[in-house]
Design a protein around this ligand. Structure first.
Ligand code: NAD
Length: 557
């Protein structure tokens, strides 16, 4: 979505370029700060409003990066970046893209989690919209207050399950804001297309309810018809006010997440990144790992620790992929096993199993612990999505090594402090033979003269490309098939140089190219499925490349 005009008809640039003087400096999409030239300063009424010296974008970038590096804590780095984004978006995105590996852990997990915890006190300038339950009946009217008329991508949360941190209520706003920044940085979605939303439906977090500075409603979380009616009104309002928007459900508690996805996925283009994005990134890691183990999906047996949105989402996509390799659905489901907080998920366990676990509740005697489940089931892969640290113990990793020459061990829980084991532990306890990936980044590990580089199974490899592909093709729905295509495309982009280091994902520095390829593949899948509203382009990759926003200053002279 190049500027000033875009093939998909972005009008924001055309509408706002008449701004002058302080108003121009206050618009983060148009402001160039000290990069306004002498001629522009005269033309646009800026003389005297800026320091005298004119800087190039490259000089600004260097100065900004130095300031960023000078911040003593990650939270201060986060605050610095948010302020930069609110002041000068072009410079912000240039900085993020130029140092993507360093920036992603600040604007997203793990630092964004810490930022959410402090969102009330670091909140300076509104970014995104808060819509409260008490505003029922007025949601469409409220959405019309958003200054950009042509929103294409909404990330919405109700703050109930923020990363692995639980119910943060309205403080969860950092998540949609961060995710949408990643859409722009990683897939080139124009910032003016994006809208972060937090639905404030109360909180069950007692310390927030007790805290005087909490920024949201202190009522208990709405449930049942109150909640459902509010969400229904919200979705209808989105369709009315922003009819071209794709809706990404983000960090909802798992009882609502599955239901909302099921209810709305055919009513407007929407997906849940925690379920479907995670599934695709984890599956891509497994597919890439099979190139190291010289095996196939159909020969895997996966044991999951954690049977929530992430775990069962991964299993569902694994089943779809294994079916494509010729396995029957029941046979493919029988390759996926779950241990949750009550032990192995089996039929007749005696507790009421949630609907998303039922397909994986196999006939088996009760098994109480993960260690016992590993010994009994003999899995080829162990995937941690429990949000509980130190659960992949030495005993468990050693048991996996006894069963497999190269076991797949993914500790995906975020943030870093919640990972089921560390990279160092996985490599040390397995003598360097584990194929390890994590949700949050870990540094490379030196072991017996070899460097092991842990892959980061970060959803940012998937959702920006899926979203861009769905938008470019004007897909009416976002299907599981599109996530499968995305997973395969990502796995195909893992090079021999990555595998040689033990890394089952490409380097994060390639994320824009990854998003481009995924978007092209997803758009093609939308066309193949008859779900595309846009005409099929002759060259899908060139079409997507053409649409990607590059942060460069416009020339006003
Ligand atoms: P969820 O709340 O839906 O599910 C958590 C599951 O873990 C539940 O089934 C719970 O019973 C189980 N569990 C908790 N403690 C356990 C224990 N000690 N032993 C066994 N099972 C236990 O959460 P979710 O959305 O599925 O996310 C789970 C974790 O995965 C989070 O930490 C999240 O950050 C992480 N995650 C990572 C990625 C990624 O790396 N790409 C993406 C999404 C989620």
């Amino acid at each position: 979505m190049n500027q000033p005009s875009t093939p998909t008809g972005l009008s924001a640039w055309g509408e706002t370029h008449h701004l002058r003087g302080p108003q121009l400096l206050a618009d983060p999409l148009l402001n160039k700060g000290t990069a306004f030239t002498e001629r522009e300063r005269d033309m646009l009424g800026l003389r005297g409003l800026l320091p005298p010296r004119v800087f190039t974008l490259e000089e600004q970038l260097e100065r900004t990066y130095n300031s960023f590096r000078g911040k003593p804590t990650n939270l201060e780095k986060y605050i610095y970046l948010v302020n930069l984004q609110n002041r000068n978006e072009i410079l912000f995105y240039r900085l993020v893209i130029a140092h993507i590996e360093e920036m992603v852990p600040i604007i997203y997990t793990p630092t964004v989690g810490e930022a959410c915890l402090h969102y009330g006190s670091i909140y300076r300038k509104p970014r995104g919209m808060f819509i409260g339950l008490h505003e029922r009946g007025r949601v469409a009217e409220i959405l019309r207050h958003w200054p950009q008329p042509d929103v294409r991508l909404i990330v919405v949360t109700d703050g109930e399950r923020i990363l692995g941190l639980g119910d943060l209520g309205a403080l969860g706003m950092g998540i949609p804001v961060g995710k949408l920044s990643l859409y722009t940085a990683c897939a080139g979605l124009h910032p003016s297309y994006t809208l972060p939303i937090t639905l404030d439906v109360g909180t069950d977090n007692a310390s927030l309810q007790a805290g005087p500075a909490y920024i949201g409603s202190k009522e208990k979380r709405a449930r049942g018809a109150d909640y459902d009616d509010f969400i229904e009104e919200f979705v209808l309002a989105v369709k009315e006010v922003f009819p071209r928007a794709l809706l990404q459900w983000e960090d909802f508690g798992n009882t609502n997440a599955f239901r909302l996805l099921r209810s709305y996925r055919h009513r407007l283009p929407s997906f849940n990144d925690d379920i479907q994005g995670t599934a695709a990134v984890a599956l891509a890691g497994v597919i890439a790992a099979l190139r190291l183990t010289q095996s196939t999906l159909a020969r895997q047996k996966i044991l999951f620790l954690g049977a929530g949105e992430a775990g069962t989402g991964i299993a569902d996509l694994f089943v779809a992929a294994a079916q494509a390799e010729g396995l029957g659905a029941a046979e493919a489901r029988a390759r996926c096993w779950f241990v949750d907080s009550k032990g192995l998920v089996v039929k007749d366990r005696g507790d009421h199993l949630a609907a998303h676990k039922l397909p994986y509740a196999h006939e088996h005697r009760p098994v109480a612990t993960l260690a016992e489940a590993v010994n009994v089931l003999q899995p080829t892969a162990l995937i941690g999505v429990s949000g509980t640290p130190a659960t992949f113990t030495r005993e468990i990793v050693e048991a996996m090594i006894a069963l497999n020459p190269r076991p797949i061990i993914f500790a995906l829980s975020n943030p870093t402090s919640k990972a089921e084991c560390t990279a160092e532990q996985a490599y040390a306890w397995s003598g360097g033979r584990a194929i390890f990936a994590s949700g949050s980044p870990f540094a490379p590990v030196e072991l017996n003269g070899r460097t092991h580089v842990p892959g980061q199974g970060n959803n940012i490899y998937i959702f920006p490309g899926v979203g861009l592909g769905a938008l470019a093709s004007e897909a009416r729905e976002v299907t599981d098939g599109m996530f499968l295509v995305a997973a395969r495309t990502l796995a195909g982009l893992v090079g021999p140089e990555d595998l040689a280091l033990g890394r089952v994902y490409p380097s994060l520095t390639k994320v824009r190219e990854v998003s481009l390829q995924i978007a092209a593949a997803v758009a093609a899948a939308a066309h193949d499925a008859g779900l595309a509203g846009a005409p099929r382009p002759a060259d899908p990759v060139a079409d997507i490349r053409e649409r990607m926003f590059e942060p460069v200053y416009r020339d006003y002279a």
